[in-house]
Every structure is written in C-alpha cells, then in structure tokens.
Ligand binder design. Structure first.
Ligand code: URA
Length: 236
C-alpha cells in the first residue's frame, strides 16, 4: 500500500500533514529515508520508522468500553453524544463501531471494533453468543421468574424468547439479579422483565461471549483488548 496512506490510516496526520513529515525526512523504510508518499510498502514485512519510532501496523482495532448512561451506541448523531465521541482521535481514526447496542440508560461492557467479520459472528442469531447482565429490579424476583425465563417468556410483540438463565443475587423490595441471554432483541432484558410484570431500574452488561468487563475501567473509559481477549472472542 502507499506509504502516505498507511501513515495517515495509522493516525499520524492528514495526507497533507503526512506529506510534510515525509518531506522533512522523518520516515525511514528498511533504514532508508523515503520522501515520496506514493512509494509502495508492505507494512507487515517492512520495518518503518517515523521520527525514530517504529510504526507498528495494525488493520483492526478492538476496544472494550465501560459505557456510561446518557450516551448512545451509535457512530454518529446530530444531537446526542455517542460512544464514538468518547474515543480519542487516534482511535477514531480506525473507524470503529459498536458491536450491537446498549440502551442509552444501560451501562457496562460495549465492544467497539472495525472488524466487520468478528462483529457479524458475535451478533449472528445463529451463533447464540451469551450475554450476561446485572440488573436491579423493582419488586421481588422469585423462583417463578427463574422458571419462566428458563422456559422463555412472551414479549409484548408475541415473540417467545429463547431460555434465559436467571440468577437471583438478592430478593426484596428491589432485587438484584444476573441474567444470561443468547439473543439481542430490542430492549430484551427490560421486555423480559416486563413480561413477568416487573421493571428494570438499573441495567449493566458484564459479559459478552468470553469477554468480561474490566471492572477497573471507570464509566466512559475504555481500553484495547489484549491479544488473548481477541482470540477468546473469536473462539466463541
Ligand atoms: N436489554 C435491554 O433491555 N437493554 C439493553 O441495553 C441491553 C439488553
């Protein structure tokens, strides 16, 4: 690929800025200063240095965000803040998008990537990728709800859900639960609880496939996945 395109794609500036960098002699390919941006390079096989620092080429980016409430899981919106707005310019350069959606008032694990194939695999209804949610529910969640979810519940549009694995963490005037589901229907968790006459007060996703939310991330923070985490996700 063209050297100027590669550097620009990697976030080292606009094409114009990269041209300036090249002109100044800041870029070396295999130890030779290259000033012509049109030069074809193979970033996997050739070693590229920019201002003395090795350029580590990557095509895909995989980010885990602890999504806060109040932002939407979209790439752009004229009025509302999106999860993409929370990314650094450097990371936005890779054009990541959220893998599936969390509601505006839902917190927790959101994966962002520009790897369309992985995104598709994780979201495909055929793959049944499990998603785990923690929730606070208004009212007393009991064993009847556990059985109903295990059986599958009828949503407001007549759809019967696949079995959900409901664990009661605490039951009282409000209850705390964990729920594992393998589908991703619109507002699914809220609608499953509505189906048993209960309301979700707080919702947080804590796991998707083999990937658990890194609890050290503050709300709105994110980090790149480790290679092991990416591999584990691909296995699912
Ligand atoms: N289910 C919901 O109701 N909302 C979400 O954001 C995710 C799952």
């Amino acid at each position: 690929m063209r050297l100027d395109k590669l550097l620009s794609n990697m976030g080292f500036g606009s094409r114009k800025e990269v041209k300036q960098l090249l002109k100044s002699g800041a870029v070396q390919v295999e130890g030779t200063v290259i000033k012509d941006g049109k030069t074809q390079v193979n970033p996997v096989e050739q070693t590229i240095f920019l201002l003395g620092e090795k350029v580590v080429y990557k095509e895909f980016i995989y980010l885990m965000m602890n999504k806060p409430q109040g932002v939407i899981s979209a790439t752009e919106d004229v009025q509302q803040e999106t999860v993409i707005d929370l990314l650094s310019e450097e990371d936005r350069h890779f054009a990541p998008f959220p893998v599936g959606r969390l509601d505006k008032d839902t917190e927790g694990l959101l994966l962002l990537t520009n790897d369309g194939q992985l995104s598709h695999a994780l979201l495909s209804p055929k793959k049944h990728v499990p998603k785990t949610y923690y929730a606070i529910i208004e009212g007393r969640v009991d064993e009847n709800d556990v059985s109903a979810f295990k059986e599958g519940v009828l949503l407001d549009d007549g759809y019967k859900t696949k079995p959900g694995d409901l664990t009661i963490l605490r039951s009282g005037e409000t209850s705390e639960i964990e729920l594992v589901i393998t589908e991703g229907k619109f507002h699914q968790v809220k609608r499953m609880f509505a189906a048993v006459g209960k309301k979700v007060r707080y919702l947080k996703r804590i796991k998707m496939g083999n990937l658990s939310l890194d609890e050290s991330l503050e709300l709105g923070e994110y980090r790149e996945l480790t290679e092991d985490e990416v591999e584990a996700l691909k296995e699912k």
